[in-house]
Design a protein around this ligand. Structure first.
Ligand code: ZN
Length: 198
């Protein structure tokens, strides 16, 4: 039996999502097909609305539905602290910890030359004009090999600009992505950060 073309197309689109293999895509496609039409319309509408309303903050590249994100627009945030993270989800995780009052910079990925992710593929360049020599830059990329390599790369890049660079470490399991750490661990990781510049 051959699958109808519309089912093949749906499975193909779903299997393009990160972490979804062909088997999972097929399972999702059958699941979606079984759902009431209203649910599917709501899902489709929310996808389109999110795509229409959301964009990256032009300063920190966090996801926002306003011109500039809430953090960048808030003058009460510590303007001499920038926390560099991999993904917008990391900002949410750190904000939930309540342990941080500075600014952010979201890279949208980590360096991974094997997978073609070179520095120019990240939102890294726009970090440079944000730096002043009275600043501390906290590298809060994950403790994976790529996260560590990315932190080291950025440290070497920005160190000559006279900023203090620190790295979160305390209490975070090696090989972990930030967004899976609980709030207490994340809070400790931030307050126990260690300076990595001389
Ligand atoms: Zn922002």
């Amino acid at each position: 039996m051959k699958y109808p073309p519309s089912l093949v197309a749906l499975i193909r689109e779903l299997s393009r999502l990160p972490g979804i293999g062909p088997k999972s895509a097929q399972r999702l496609a059958f699941y979606l097909f079984e759902q009431p039409r209203e649910d599917i319309e709501r899902l489709a509408a929310s996808l389109l609305e999110a795509k229409r309303e959301l964009h990256n903050c032009p300063i920190c590249f966090n996801i926002t539905d306003t011109d500039v994100c809430d953090v960048c627009a808030d003058p009460s945030r510590a303007q001499n602290l920038i926390c560099v993270v991999e993904e917008p989800g990391d900002v949410i995780a750190i904000e939930k910890s309540g342990a941080y009052t500075g600014l952010y910079h979201v890279l949208h990925g980590v360096l991974s030359p094997m997978n073609g992710v070179t520095p120019d593929k990240l939102h890294l360049k726009p970090l440079l004009p944000r730096l002043r020599d009275d600043m501390e830059i906290i590298m809060a990329t994950g403790t994976t090999v790529e996260g560590e390599a990315t932190a080291m790369y950025i440290q070497r890049l920005i160190e000559p600009l006279g900023v203090v660079v620190s790295r979160i470490a305390y209490g975070l399991p090696a090989g972990g992505a930030l967004e899976y750490a609980d709030e207490v661990t994340l809070g400790r990781a931030l307050s126990g950060r260690q300076r990595i510049t001389k």
